[in-house]
Structure formats: C-alpha cells, structure tokens
Design a protein around this ligand. Structure first.
Ligand SMILES: [Zn+2]
Length: 480
C-alpha cells in the first residue's frame, strides 16, 4: 500500500503550506470564532461554519472521532445585540436565545456537525476578568476612565499575523480615538455599561459595572477549553485584523507563550453575483432565505466547489449547477442500489485531496470519477462513493431521497408505481380531451406526492409523452 499522504495546511501565521503536527494526537484542538447572535446568519457566515466542519470531519477521520476537540463559541454579549434588543423592545436574553436557536437550525440543515463544545461568552465572564487582571499585572494593559485597555505598543509582536506594521494598521483600521487611550491602537478589554445594558462587577478595582470587549471573549474561552497553546484557530479572512491579532496579543501576553494557536486558518471572502454583499445593495442573503428555495445539501455542495482560501462568488447559476449535479448523482446512486452508512471506507483519492489543504474542488472531481465507476458498476462502488462524499458532509441518502427514477420505484414499490402511472394516464387523457382544469388538478395531486412530470414531444409521432420521477422521498412515503 502506498504511504498515506500527510495533512498539509496553509498557515496564515507563516504564509506557507505546512505539515500539520498536533501537540497531542490523542487530543487535537481547534477553535473557530462563532456567530454574534442578533440576526439571521447570512451566507458569508455559513462559509467558515461549513469549511471548518469539513476540517473537523477530516481530523476525526485521521485521529479518531474521540480525539478531536472542536470549540466554536457563541458571542451573546455585544453592542449590536444591545442595539437590536432595544430596537425590537425585547429582553436581550430573549433575542440571543432566539437567534442562537435559528443559527443551530440553519446550520443543521447545511449538514454541519455540532462542535465538541459551544461556549457562550456570558458564561465565561469570570475567566475574562481573570485574564484582564493578569494583563494589567504584567504591564500589557491599563485602566483608564472605567475602561481596561490593551496597550499595543507594549508588545512588539503585534501585527505579525496580518503582516503589517503599526503605521499600516493604524491607517487601515478605523481606530476609535478616545481621550482615555494611551495610544490610538489600544483596544478595549472591558468597558463600562450604560443603564439597561448587560453588566457585571468590573475587574481591576473599576467601580462602575461593565462588560467585556469582543476580543477578550475568544481568548478566555479558548484558554478555558483548549489550554494556553492549542493546534488550530480558524475564522473568516475578515477576522485576521483586528480580531485575531488582538486575540493573539491578549493570550500570548497573559500566558507568556510563543504562540496562541500553532496553525491559523482563514477562509476567503464571499460576494454575491459579483458584488460585495450589503443590506444597502439589497443582495444580503440569509441562510434561512436560501433554505426556502435550495436544500442544505445544495448550498453546502455549492460552497465546497470553491477552495476555502479563494474568494467565492455566490451566484444563482452556480447553485443551479450544483443542484443539477446532485440530481444526477442521486439518480446514479439510487439506480445502482447504493446505501450509505454501510461501513464503507472513503476513497484514498478523496482523503488525499482533503489532506492537501482541504482541496474540496479536487475532492469533488474525485467524487465525479467515483460516480462514473458507480454508474457502470456494482453497489460496492456506490457505497465507497457515498462514504467519500460523507467526508465532505454530503449525505448520499439525501440525494437518493431527492430523486428516484420511475424504474427504481417500480422495482421497489410496484403498487405505488401503478397508482402513479394511473394518475399520469388520467392526466394525459384529460389533456387530450382539452379538460386542462382536470389535468392540472391531477398534476398538483402528483406534485403533492413528490412526483415531478416531464412532458416532451415524440419526434416521430408528434404526440406528447409524459415521463415522471420521484422528488423528495417524504411525500411518497406519506402516499404509501
Ligand atoms: Zn474570535
């Protein structure tokens, strides 16, 4: 047997593709910045969730499902949350609970596995305060006007992740100039709360009650659940500066460590139909909206057709292509009698593609090759194909459910197939007799059973021929 390929990951910290070596292969540790819960997650938010879900699946495959700890947090204290709750006139807790629930429903539909731990910021205030006190104690932070601030010039390594000088960062960031800051780049660790805002007793002898800044949340939760130094930290490329730069500054200065995480992974930007997504352009797409028209499988597959580090252009055309591919695969899979979850191993080609810095487009090309083999071969091919797809979080049983040819249904459920044939014939007769109302009624009845009709003209006789296939398994299940 050929030697297995090693896992290679592109590390933002070193700007190189590197061999991945975990600190402890019995406990591979990954942290990914999660959502701030105040509104429906948009399709840009879905990208890191899907990308790092594929990495989580791959790590589980390599090191064993019990040997990977994946932490993805929920930010449930934030200015945007306070503003939205005030706007809606609802308690903050109600807004964050509702939004977190929506987020979980949306990403479950996208086939995303739950992380090992999903910590909430408001449940880690004690850890944040302890870290802030440590930073003040060792001279990297200070207290001014009821704020605690990180002093950026106190730490020469600041800017290494984003590879920028202090001057460049200052010019690039819209730094908030405030009289209590020693340096314009200094950032908030803790700030006083206004009346009606969530607040906790403050650290460092600050009298006024306050709340944490966003960056300290991730540093404290990562420390609590993964330790002072861990393997992988992920997120969108937009988080590199200032969020991840600040996380690194806080964690390394508090723990006096050479790194916070050893590998920093970032997914590229997402734009919609060639434009930046924004509410003002009216092209702001939520996962929730997309799920009204497309299946989670289609959305996920469409996302993974682009390599995670490349920018992705989210278009209707590419969604349609993704749908067509999954429909073709579903038909092949159903016709050759594949059954996912039968204990088959994924193909080495697909694993190797993913081990090469999560090359999902190559993995999908390999899935196309496996589909071809499955088409002409035995169920075993289809099963290996399904197991390979599962590594990408694609569930072949779902493609199968979405489309089944008439011939397969006739083989598996002849009675139901006969009922459908009778209805299709009755519709054809009604249409021939120009009773289109009746014809449409029968078509609707079939649609409710999950049957899709296709009318085409016989090129020789000129007569209309109607063929049909089964879409979405559940309605026909009900019809049985
Ligand atoms: Zn974070």
């Amino acid at each position: 047997m050929a030697e297995a390929h090693p896992l290679m990951l592109y590390n933002t910290l070193t700007r190189k593709k590197e061999l991945f070596e975990p600190l402890d292969p019995l406990n591979v540790r990954m942290y990914v910045c999660g959502p701030t819960v105040y509104d429906y997650a948009h399709i840009g938010n879905a990208r890191p969730v899907i990308v790092f879900d594929v990495l989580f699946r791959l790590l589980r495959h390599i090191y064993g499902a019990d040997h990977v700890t994946y932490v993805r947090n929920i930010t449930d204290v934030d200015d945007k949350i306070n503003a939205r709750a005030a706007e809606e006139g609802v308690p903050i807790r109600e807004l964050t609970e509702r939004t977190a629930k929506q987020f979980h429903e949306d990403i479950a539909a996208l086939g995303v596995l739950p992380p090992t731990i999903e910590p909430r910021a408001t449940e880690h205030i004690g850890e944040m305060k302890a870290m802030i006190e440590q930073l003040v104690k060792n001279g990297h932070a200070y207290v001014a006007e009821d704020h605690a601030l990180f002093n950026v010039p106190s730490w020469p390594d600041y800017g290494k992740l984003s590879n920028r000088s202090l001057e460049e960062m200052e010019a690039g960031a819209r730094v908030e100039v405030a009289p209590y800051k020693k340096d314009p780049m200094d950032f908030v660790l803790w700030k006083p709360s206004k009346k009606g805002e969530p607040s906790w007793p403050s650290p460092c002898g600050i009298k006024k009650r306050g709340r944490p800044g966003w960056h300290i949340e991730c540093s404290a939760m990562a420390e609590k659940h993964l330790g002072n130094v861990f393997d992988i930290h992920g997120g969108g490329i937009d988080l590199v500066f200032p969020h991840h730069e600040n996380e690194i500054a806080q964690s390394r200065c508090a723990h006096d460590t050479p790194v916070m995480a050893r590998y920093w992974l970032h997914n590229g930007f997402l734009q919609v139909e060639g434009q930046k997504m924004s509410k003002s352009l009216g092209n702001f797409i939520t996962i929730h909206d997309l799920l009204q028209e497309w299946s989670g499988e289609e959305i996920r597959f469409n996302m993974l057709r682009t390599h995670y580090r490349q920018p992705i252009d989210w278009t209707r055309k590419s969604l349609e292509e993704s749908r067509a591919t999954l429909e073709r695969w579903g038909e092949t899979y159903a016709n050759c009698g594949g059954s996912a979850g039968a204990g088959w191993l994924p193909s080495a080609d697909v694993i190797d593609a993913l081990k090469d810095d999560l090359n999902t487009p190559l993995a999908i090309a390999k899935l196309h090759e496996l589909a071809k083999e499955a088409k002409g071969g035995a169920a075993a091919f289809a099963n290996q194909w399904a197991a390979s797809a599962e590594l990408l979080g694609l569930d072949a049983n779902r493609w199968r459910g979405r489309l089944m040819s008439a011939s397969v249904l006739e083989a598996t459920d002849p009675d139901l197939a006969q009922r459908i044939r009778n209805l299709v014939d009755a519709r054809s007769k009604a249409r021939k007799a120009k009773d289109f109302k009746k014809g449409d009624r029968i078509r609707d009845e079939l649609a409710a059973m999950g049957i899709a009709l296709k009318d085409s003209k016989d090129p020789e006789t000129g007569e209309i021929v109607t063929t049909w296939e089964v879409r979405a398994s559940s309605p026909t299940e009900a019809a049985r």
